[in-house]
Design a binder for this molecule. Structure first.
Ligand code: FES
Length: 578
């Protein structure tokens, strides 16, 4: 090894024995035990993050993808080496997947740092995996390409097309309302997830795939191809080849995820009617790079960015349809005048150059033109007021138009357990015009900010035909959820945010037009109630990851990242453009 040049390939990041030559010799001996030749070991090394897991059907095609990525790497002259990290599936993570996102990001970052690789292909898909990988890669700082497993196929139930998980919620709501019986519920359960892959609507997984592509961290067109298609495998092969080429260009994540790229991603988040979780994750990713997301400026951007993609839950279609309609490049083409076309992508070309290469638009009815949007403004609006001094958000494109301006009586649940105990109690004093309030499901309170903000409609109201009510919490909602649901109320109730002061019977006013969320109680009374209540957090935790989580997690406006993982200094704020 020549000490004058930085080590690459298998000579990178040698184990500390106090003798670099011996460390390299030993490493080579071990890897040769796996049958590698000197020629193979002289190539640039591309790590492939393997998140395949029996607990993660959303990543059920990982093995096939890894083979295709390896093919791309070897065709480009590199040596692929796959390695495992944590894998997180939404339905198999207790207490909630968000609790583990930062752990996965640390695992990703540290294993990229610890093991010898010159570039890395990140294979993620399910909701928290892509943000965790982008956060980890941003901090690790070597060339990285995001590949997603791709969306699942849709199924069919009694002639009706169905897919996870907007339809999961709809059928469950129908069951609770007594509109379908248990045998039918079980039959539709067979059809909702028709193949491996991520949820088939514009939920968080699809949102983060589109966001990663808009950031430039994915090969163009990589967000939408279904998990079980040839297109998905070709994208995997290309991702491998691109990773090799990025090494010579020294194309590290901070050169791609610039303020301009983040603005593009925020614009896309709004235009696709993306999941509210996308904002938290983008905030966390940007925070790793010293870039702040200005919520007020994001809201102004939202007023100038229509929703163009007709996908559930904001619209009517599924990811398969989006792919056939051209996928994200079709959206980017429509948004072109609003984008920073100079932003670099993993291919080494700019977003503008990539768009020029996508070919002309064609007739389809999934991605609308800006002259006939699905929704005139962006999907997400930012609210403020005495209930949310640090902000709250609502996915207005998936809300009931009749409830966007609403004043009602609060019906308060102190935590998720209280909600579970009382929501279906026939004696619950609640009417359709009330505002359901759920406390203690924020980053600290739950902990992990679960997607429990989708408070069910009380059964007795559901059976009267009530489909939606104004619902508030300091938690999150799934990207697949519909309804007039305010989430991310900051600061959260468990750390003494004003939400903690709300009592059943108080009046609450929501005005999406004015971007306000108000508790109609005097400031003095709110302060007195908060002082009397103190922090609602129970016993301090003594050990383990939970202790680390509770002592380090930030609020939603900082992406719920751990404070010690964020960049030391903030050097920019986005978006700058309306
Ligand atoms: Fe994995 Fe929906 S549960 S993407």
């Amino acid at each position: 090894m020549d000490d004058s040049t930085p080590a690459g390939g298998f000579d990178k990041g040698l184990t500390s024995y106090g003798d670099a030559g011996f460390a390299a010799f030993l490493r080579k001996a071990f890897i040769k035990g796996a049958g590698y030749s000197d020629d193979a070991l002289s190539r640039p090394v591309i790590g492939i993050v393997n998140t395949g897991s029996g607990y993660n059907p959303c990543h059920g095609n990982s093995a096939t993808l890894i083979e295709a990525v390896k093919r791309g790497i070897m065709l480009a002259g590199g040596l692929p080496v796959d390695f495992p990290t944590i894998s997180i599936h939404e339905s198999f993570a207790h207490p909630t997947s968000m609790y583990l996102r930062n752990l996965m990001s640390m695992d990703t970052e540290e294993m990229i740092r610890a093991q010898p690789m010159d570039a890395v292909v990140l294979i993620g898909g399910c909701d928290k995996t892509v943000p965790a990988q982008l956060m980890g890669a941003a901090s690790a700082g070597i060339p990285a390409v995001q590949l997603v497993t791709g969306p699942m196929l849709t199924g069919s139930h009694r002639g009706q097309r169905v897919g996870a998980c907007t339809d999961c919620r709809r059928f469950w709501g129908n069951f609770r309302a007594g509109e379908i019986d248990e045998p039918e519920l079980n039959r539709v359960n067979d059809q909702l997830v028709a193949s491996v892959g991520t949820c088939s609507v514009m939920g968080t997984a699809s949102t983060m795939a589109c966001v990663a592509e808009a950031l430039g961290m994915m090969v163009p067109g990589g967000a939408s191809a279904p998990a079980v298609t040839a297109d998905r495998l070709r994208l995997a092969e290309k991702s491998g080849a691109v990773a090799v080429a990025m090494i010579a260009q020294k194309l590290t994540p901070e050169k791609i995820m610039t303020p301009h790229a983040l603005e593009n991603a925020l614009r896309v988040l709004l235009a696709i009617g993306g999941s509210t979780n996308g904002l938290i994750h983008l905030t966390a990713i940007a925070g790793r790079l010293g870039i702040a997301i200005d919520l007020a400026a994001f809201d102004r951007m939202g007023r100038a960015t229509p929703v163009l993609v007709d996908l559930k839950p904001s619209g009517a279609h599924y990811m398969e349809d989006f792919h056939r309609a051209g996928g994200l490049p079709a959206v980017l083409r429509e948004l072109r005048p609003l984008l920073h076309l100079d932003a670099l992508t993993v291919t080494g070309r700019t977003l503008g150059e990539e768009l020029d290469a996508t070919g002309p638009a064609f007739a389809q009815d999934i991605v609308r033109g800006r002259d006939r949007p699905i929704y005139a403004e962006g999907g997400v609006a930012v609210l403020r007021g005495n209930l949310a001094p640090g902000g709250a958000i609502i996915k207005q494109s998936a809300a009931s138009a009749t409830l966007l301006e609403h004043e009602g009586r609060a019906v308060v649940f102190e935590n998720a357990g209280d909600l579970a105990r009382r929501i279906d109690d026939p004696a619950l004093d609640v009417t359709a015009g009330d505002v359901l309030v759920l406390k203690c499901i924020g980053p600290v309170g739950a902990p992990g900010m679960p997607e429990a903000g989708y408070i069910p409609i009380p059964k007795k109201l559901g059976r009267q035909g009530v489909k939606d009510m104004v619902r508030l919490s300091d938690g999150r909602i799934s990207g697949t959820a519909m309804g007039t649901i305010v989430v991310h109320i900051t600061p959260e109730s468990a750390i003494g945010g004003p939400l903690a002061a709300v009592r059943t019977g108080d009046r609450i006013r929501l005005s999406v037009a004015n971007r306000s969320l108000s508790l109609l109680v005097s400031d003095a009374e709110i302060a007195a109630r908060l002082a009397a209540a103190g922090s609602t957090r129970a016993n301090p935790v003594e050990r383990g990851y939970r202790k680390l989580f509770l002592s380090s997690v930030t609020q939603a406006d900082q992406g719920c990242d751990f404070d010690f993982l964020r960049a030391v200094a903030t050097t920019a704020s986005v978006p700058q453009s309306p």
